[in-house]
Design a protein around this ligand. Sequence first.
Ligand SMILES: [Zn+2]
Length: 425
Amino acid sequence: MDAYTPAMGKQRPARSILANLLLAATATALPFTPMASVSVIGFYQQKASMQRKAFEEKTGILISGLPSEVEGKAYKLTELADVIAKEQREMRFDLARIEMDTPNPLLKSPSSLYKWLTSGNLRILNTNGYLIYETNPVFRNVMGLLIDPPGAFRNASHHEIKHRKLEILLREHPELKVRARWEAILREGHRSPIYMSPEEQERFNSRASTAFQRNPNLRRDSDAEQDRIFEYSRANFQESVACLTSLAEMTHTDPRYVLRSMEKEPKLEEIFALADELKLIPPRTLAYLELARHEEKIGKSWQDDQAYLIESLQFLNNDRDTPYETRIRLNRGTCLKNLGFASGNIQWFWNAEDEYKQGLKTANDLHSYGKILEAMSDMYARTGMPRLAKTLSDAKKEYDKRYDAGNPDLATRGVNDTLKAKNII
Ligand SMILES: [Zn+2]
């Protein structure tokens, strides 16, 4: 997370002499191509790999970083492509470059060093991510990401992209009065100040740097982590928006976590409604979260499965182009499959198959897509169709291979090319 983003509208801290030197060295020593600006240090001088090229082609955003952080952890490119596809769908934004930074203090990227030198705070070298707003061409709109576990990496990516979107929104749409409306919700019923005092922030930062970053085993969905997100959201207006809107994105991967957060912080409902209107979170997230309350009960009884089928159909009828479609089709398929096994009536399996296939064709959620491949393979295996079961488990293997290889198309097309070749979809 980026605690050191200068508050919008305030004077930026004067750039230090070292930062100016770094900028000047970068700007003069290299021709002004985006790739060249990446290769400030010898480490970074390399030809763009296949993965980097594919990612740039797909997203329009350059990737930089040590090969050990990019090609060596290529799954991050797959996750990032999914995050970016989801974020672009809500509201268009641009980034010049994404730096896959390293936590190794000796191999810090020029962006990290620049961020550190301009913010004057050492702790920036130990965050999960940062965003550089700059007017100079070398470090303009660079997003840095420093964390590995997929869940935390996704969250950090969403968080920094939200910062970028907020900046665009504030600059291009003053008539929306984003800040005033956001803070009006925060202020309601609150006697204490809505943001931390500088002292509180200092105390929080010193604790935060030892909590998550130093302890990769701290679960992203733990209560402690949830409290930390809420606490950090009180740092200032920018962090409030970035923390709470990126929390809404966890609806894609773990709606229960978001529902628990809403119980803890009742204001989230109003915040999400405003964020939806501002296109900072997926459309109709609150309605989807209502549907997701039924998810936990899937498989508990046939009544629960029926209830989910009815509720989800209503949701889909109201929103024919929802970013939650692949996830919903996965759940519907599972309900229908359960009903098939409970009743012994084969018709349920055909219906389940239709739902799964619809989810695959839509392909708008990386992880739900992979789960559909598994669920279909399992259904075929248990209903006496070993050949189809094998085809689907092979497709899952291909999916896993592409996931590990950093294939940016996986997030929006899955392995539909191989499924089409086998007449599955
Ligand atoms: Zn932030």
